[in-house]
Design a protein around this ligand. Structure first.
Ligand SMILES: [Zn+2]
Ligand SMILES: [Zn+2]
Length: 885
């Protein structure tokens, strides 16, 4: 322990025990509409890492702040306890996933308590318990009844390494790697259960506009993920195979189509492959939809372009995807980059049919066709080489072609796919279905839920498929022998509604208490990692909408405000076990205490930003807390007897200022700024105590404010100091300090004083003054404040002309012209200042700080008391400074 340190272990343990004994974080069922603050629940992987600590410190600090503001607060925690890593860990350690998971949960819960996170543990939710996952199964039945569950043969992403199916969202990057193990992902065909999220695609997309409390980046990621495109579908005739429908967003380019392409698994492709070895070989061995280059094989067929009657060669090509659009497309190499690359490779014609719109286009003349031999022109423009459509702009042409081509009609296409929830793993919720030879797949009736997992089966294949006894059952429809479904659910099902379970975690008749959920939801502030922008956050929105449509939930969106917290890095790099650059929260807590860890993190950066871990920063944070403790103790011991003099008035003003600004920053979750203000206040109080005989009421009020402003972030030491200051009750329950001042005015006063002190320092430094005798601070004349206001409001080109229309400014002659020029030069950056009398008062009150710093008397004077020479340098917000040496 350093000199500035304190016995953090004793302080933290003492208050954690006291909070627990008093049950201070409990949210009773009967509270009215509490403020719901939630951190994304963790996967119980072993120990908390710094990312967790940051995430949960943000929610904890905000929850504590709201509580002190007088809100009822709901701040629960739980465990995203199913998933493959537990299965792998169990195999490595020769145990089973349940024991491993329970052990991890115990450890992490203890660590959370040690961090001082104030959770209502009575509401803890653990998804791997049958009491929780039975409701996944129950919800599956409700989705099934609503027609939102489908069983389909589907090509699925398959990770050979993890031996599991992956959702599209779990395949990462252009290299298409498994999100868990970073190995390349394959595909295979399996019968799978799907949730029809695409039924909600339009609402999920359109409602994003109203999610004003979400970061724009996340909203945009969801929009892109849903990927709605407007276009047209149109038929091409293929001899011997009838009409084939193709989707395009660019019907305006149809005159430039030079070939037609089918997906490898399009029914026509499959028919052709049966008779044609080359096509068969391509489909079976060469087609690579994830490859960098488009590949294909030419068939003997031709397709008739419905706009021109031209016969186009037909290819089977791997860049056409059967689950996007119709699995068939018209290729226009002149105006699509991928088609262009394919045409070059296969030596196909490349025709320009769209020209860039000329700047001086009259809306009729057909422009010259562009050269598209080297690169496609992909923007909208004016049609050329398009018969009667030449000379139309792209948009008009699309409308007319859709009307005039007989088979064409408007169509919408989405990037979003239905959500495949089947996983061939053990550690998940069994999908509650029974397969009967007579009745087919049949849901397990609600009264037979939960379908519990059998004992752990350690296998590389599908574990439940090997649970012979467990598998055997009877059909709920006809009573004959049947087998259970052996797939388990994607764990994102668990997390799609867990925030509803916290409302009534022990309810045995429904997943959530409807009435209470309607009152308590949505989550007011949700905090978690940006990596969940499209999976968890989209699925949760989907579930909420389905529950609104079918289970009487009054809310269609789960999370009103979302904060995506930045990363904690080490030397600019993401901390990771594999890189070995991990700082352990446990060590930091042991060495410096939880309050130091929390405070360091929250003051290091705004929550959304990445920041670098700094051991030095941690030490200085620790020293700050130790110093504050000493200051509080010294004041309570010495019982100061100073007067309520002008210095005390200044300090009082600073206390109000800090309360006003820090409160505003807390409200916006900008903890770093709130904490900087609070630390500055502590600095001011320390100076006041060191430099004068302080006024007891002022110091005590200041310290009580500082302690409460720190309490959300450093709760243990705040409790300790609150008690030392002689207050009754917990600081967690104390009222948030308030001040009757305007934060905007206060900020201006701050800036003025800081700039003035900085200017004095500079002058002394530049002029080499060793022993200043007297410092004079001169407030600018009234007319300059008037001129500044005019300059801020004015949008005239000739600012000086406008200023000179004011007679009292014009009277200033050269001085006015000169100041006018300064204002003109700075025009974009001008901001309002205090008035001259307010500036005078602010500088008077702060003069003692300058006196102490430079050990010289300071006088603040009005403009009327000095001559022209000095006044020249005085501006609003920037007084002139004269120093005698
Ligand atoms: Zn994998
Ligand atoms: Zn049956």
């Amino acid at each position: 322990m350093s000199d500035a340190g304190y016995d953090h272990a004793a302080v933290e343990r003492r208050w954690q025990d006291a909070w627990e004994a008093a049950d201070v974080y409990r949210t009773p069922d009967d509270v009215e509409d509490p403020t719901y603050v939630l951190g994304m629940y963790p996967y119980p992987s072993g120990k908390l890492h710094m990312g967790h600590v940051r995430n949960y410190t943000i929610t904890d600090a905000y929850a504590r702040y709201r509580r002190m503001c007088g809100d009822e607060v709901l701040h629960p925690m739980g465990w995203d306890a199913f998933g493959l890593p537990a299965e792998n860990a169990a195999k490595e350690r020769d145990t089973n996933p349940r024991d491993w998971t329970v052990e991890c949960i115990e450890t992490m819960r203890d660590q959370m308590d040690a961090m001082g996170f104030g959770y209502d543990w009575e509401r803890e939710v653990t998804t791997c318990n049958p009491e929780y996952y039975r409701w996944n199964q129950w919800l599956f039945n409700r989705f099934y009844e609503a027609g939102l569950v489908e069983r389909r043969d589907a090509e699925v992403n398959w990770c050979e390494d993890c031996n599991t199916v992956l959702a599209d969202e779990q395949v990462e990057g252009e290299a298409e790697l498994c999100w868990r193990c970073d190995q390349p992902v394959d595909t295979r065909e399996l019968e799978q259960w799907f949730l029809r999220i695409t039924d909600y695609a339009d609402e999920l997309l359109e409602a994003i506009d109203d999610l004003e409390g979400w970061p724009n980046s996340v909203r945009q990621m969801q929009r892109n993920w849903i990927g709605r495109q407007y276009g047209a579908e149109v038929d091409f005739q293929i001899d011997g195979h009838g009409s084939v429908r193709a989707f395009t967003t660019r019907l305006d380019t149809i005159h430039g189509a030079t070939f037609f392409a089918l997906a490898p698994d399009h029914p026509i492709s499959e028919r052709l492959a049966e008779q044609d070895d080359e096509i068969h070989h391509f489909i079976a061995h060469e087609a690579d939809p994830d490859g960098d280059e488009p590949n294909g094989v030419r068939t003997d067929l031709t397709a008739t372009n419905p706009a021109t009657g031209e016969e186009l060669p037909v290819f089977v090509a791997d860049f056409v995807l059967s689950d996007v659009g119709t699995g068939a497309l018209m290729a226009v190499p002149g105006h699509d980059e991928r088609d262009h690359a394919f045409a070059q490779k296969h030596d196909l014609p490349i025709e320009p049919v769209i020209a860039p719109e000329p700047d001086d286009w009259d809306g009729e003349t057909v422009p010259e066709a562009p050269d598209v031999s080297e690169a496609a022109f992909t923007d909208d423009g004016v049609l050329v080489n398009s018969g009667e459509y030449s000379g139309l702009d792209s948009e008009v042409a699309r409308e007319r072609l859709t009307e005039e081509i007989e088979s064409a009609e408007d169509a919408v296409q989405y990037q979003l796919r239905d959500w495949g929830i089947s996983r061939q793993r053990y550690w998940g919720t069994p999908i509650p279905v029974v397969h009967c030879e007579t009745c087919g797949p049949t849901p397990v009736p609600d009264e037979d839920l939960p379908v519990e997992l059998p004992a752990f089966i350690n296998t590389t294949g599908n574990p439940l498929d090997e649970a012979e006894e467990w598998k055997q059952t009877t059909c709920p429809e006809c009573g004959s022998e049947a087998t259970r479904e052996t797939d388990t659910m994607d764990t994102f099902v668990d997390s799609s509604w867990y925030f509803l379970r916290y409302v009534s975690p022990d309810l045995e008749t429904a997943p959530f208490d409807r009435e209470r959920a309607n009152e308590w939801l949505p989550v007011d502030q949700y905090v978690g990692g940006i990596e969940h922008a499209v999976m968890h956050l989209l699925y949760s929105r989907f579930f909420t909408k389905v529950l609104a449509d079918h289970e009487g939930l009054d809310h269609r969106e789960p999370f009103a405000n979302l904060l995506a917290q930045g990363m904690v890095q080490l030397e600019g790099e993401k901390m990771s076990k594999s890189k070995g650059n991990v700082v352990s929260p446990q060590r930091i807590v042991e060495e410096y205490g939880a309050d130091t860890a929390r405070l360091f993190m929250m003051q290091a950066a705004q929550p959304e930003r990445d920041f670098d871990w700094s051991e030095e920063g941690v030490r200085s944070t620790n020293a700050f807390l130790g110093g504050l403790k000493q200051l509080v103790e010294s004041v309570t011991v010495s019982e100061p007897v100073g007067e309520a003099d002008p210095i005390a008035a200044y300090v009082d003003g600073e206390i109000d200022a800090t309360i006003a600004i820090a409160g505003e920053e807390y409200e916006q979750l900008r903890f770093n700024r709130a904490l900087r203000e609070t630390q500055d206040l502590v600095g001011t109080l320390r100076q006041y105590v060191d430099a004068t005989e302080p006024h007891a009421e002022t110091v005590e009020r200041g310290l009580a404010a500082a302690v409460r402003l720190l309490a959300p972030v450093a709760p243990h030491i705040a409790e300790e100091l609150w008690e030392t200051l002689g207050h009754e009750g917990f600081v967690v329950d104390a009222a948030w300090p308030t001040a009757e001042v305007d934060a905007g005015q206060v900020r201006k006063r701050r800036t003025l004083v800081e700039n003035t002190r900085e200017d004095v320092r500079q002058i002394i430094d530049v002029a080499g003054i060793e022993d200043p005798q007297r410092i004079e601070v001169v407030v600018a004349p009234q007319w300059k404040y008037d001129a500044l206001e005019i300059a801020i409001e004015s949008d005239a080109d000739n600012l000086i002309g406008e200023l000179m229309q004011e007679s009292h400014i014009r009277e200033q002659g050269d001085a006015a012209a000169s100041y006018g020029q300064d204002l003109q030069a700075e025009r974009e950056a001008l901001s309002h200042t205090l008035g001259p009398d307010e500036e005078y008062a602010a500088l008077e009150a702060a003069a003692w700080l300058i006196e102490r710093e430079f050990d010289a008397p300071v006088t603040v004077v009005h403009a009327t008391e000095v001559d022209e020479r000095v006044l020249k340098n005085a501006e609003p917000g920037r007084p002139a400074i004269e120093i005698e040496d």
